[in-house]
Design a protein around this ligand. Sequence first.
Ligand code: ADP
Length: 228
Amino acid sequence: MELKQFAYVASHDLQSPLRSISGFVQLLKLEYEGKLDEQAQDWIGRTVRAIAQMQTLIRDLLSYSRVDARSRPFVQIPFIEIVNDARTLLESSIHDSGGQVTWGPLPDVMGDRSQLVQLIQNLIGNGLAYRSDKPPHIHITADRSGEEWVFSVRDNGIGIDPKHHEQIFEIFKRLHNQKEHPGTGIGLAVCRRVVNRHGGRIWVESELGHGSTFHFTIPEEKERPNEQ
Ligand code: ADP
């Protein structure tokens, strides 16, 4: 079995026992809250938080292993629709962070709609999550460069030290612990797979304390390598 398939089956099959564990711990909490000593309540609380973290991890692993498994044929899509779908999915995070998302003129692209939404959702989501003390502002632009479009997703967040620019696209690679910023380290690995599947590249330009700009390319229609 290939590693990707293994990741899919493993993460999928882990969901069911985890649902049981989650259910029983919820019951324990509900029925015994106030009847147990402080130590026991603390342990239950920690278990509930660890379960939530594991559920997120499994969800993200599934989406990583599905990039190839769940791929759909490419269609022509106005990129603004991708941005709007991602904004709708992130509505509460945008609202809660007091952030704003803006964009310049965006072209039509050929691609897999739900995967492109996932890509932009992850990039905007990171721009909101890794914010500085200013309200987050994420700006999306697209520029023509020869036969491809170069998209840029710029934020005014904490920035990334250049020594980490390559590693952050690796699965499970994180620069922060769960306390500072919760996360799984899978988001940018999904972004890279989605961009590669569309025949493009992804990279980041950033300095600590000066925001980050994620760039990715999407070839023009005639250069679609994965299309029959
Ligand atoms: P996660 O956000 O779940 O940790 P990602 O793969 O999306 O996983 O990101 C990997 C790491 O890259 C993050 O833990 C964070 O340290 C860093 N990072 C990603 N996006 C940004 C950003 N916009 N600004 C600053 N750091 C970022």
